[in-house]
Design a protein around this ligand. Structure first.
Ligand code: ADE
Length: 243
């Protein structure tokens, strides 16, 4: 997967994605990231990329020219069409299913706005997808693009080790993760659930599924209608709901 991020703050994106799992994935060549500074495509002698909004109003608007040229440069480098994702609170809300879809692409171009947004004309010309990371407003599109890159990258084969990959499946089931414990066996008088010490794999698996179901019911009941449950698990859920 090759990511291109069009931004006024390339260091923010590069620095934020170079540690831990994504840093390693970049060194291994499983993903690559190029942060392109939109300011480099300004034709203004001061390097300005924004101006006052026509019609008046607060704030500044990013001009279409630099964004257009930055996008053209990246598209020329890629050599074929690629999705251009504009980060905006007005977009479709990002979720795991969208991440799965986007992970199939070879390249993704993220466009990050600042100030009061970007001139609509370049958005009409270049953007294929408008995406929001949630119903709240941030100061720019960089953090949202980084959130998406993190989430999509863990679905790229090899980025997580095989052990971790299995964990992805649990979200496909629309269930929240079960609680985890490690040593010591007792902490401030609280013991690790006995079943986890038993070595009985079938019982552990069953306990974990039940904890996932209980947790999802308590914290995210909206996920349950699309959860994949066995008949026995459905009975367990019915029991909790009646209880
Ligand atoms: N830019 C500002 N807020 C945003 C959000 N919630 N999602 C995507 N882009 C944004």
């Amino acid at each position: 997967m090759r990511y291109y991020v069009l931004t006024l703050f390339p260091e923010m994106v590069e620095q934020g994605l170079k540690t831990s799992i994504l840093g390693r994935a970049q060194s291994q060549g499983l993903i690559s990231l190029k942060a392109v500074n939109i300011r480099d495509f300004s034709e203004n002698k001061h390097g300005h990329v924004d101006d006052y909004p026509y019609g008046g109003g607060a704030g500044m608007v990013m001009q279409p020219g630099p964004v257009y040229r930055a996008c053209e440069a990246v598209e020329a480098e890629i050599g074929h069409g690629a999705r251009v994702i504009y980060m905006t609170p007005q977009g479709r809300v990002f979720d795991q299913n969208m991440a799965k879809e986007l992970a199939k692409e070879e390249e993704l171009i993220f466009l990050c706005g600042h100030y009061e947004g970007i001139d609509e004309r370049v958005l009409e010309q270049k953007v294929t997808d408008c995406v929001s990371i949630g119903d709240y407003v941030l100061t720019g599109g960089e953090l949202p693009a980084m959130v998406m890159i993190d989430c999509i990258s863990r679905l790229v084969p090899g980025v997580l080790n095989n052990d971790q990959s299995a964990e992805i499946e649990s979200f496909h089931d629309n269930l929240l993760e079960y609680p985890q414990y490690t040593r010591p066996e007792e902490f401030m008088g609280m013991r690790v659930p006995e079943v986890l010490l038993s070595g009985h794999h079938a019982n552990i698996e069953r306990w974990r599924r039940e904890e996932s179901i209980r947790r999802t019911l308590e914290r995210r009941p909206d996920l349950l209608p699309d959860a994949h449950l066995t008949d026995r698990e459905r009975e367990y859920l019915d029991g909790l709901q009646k209880g």
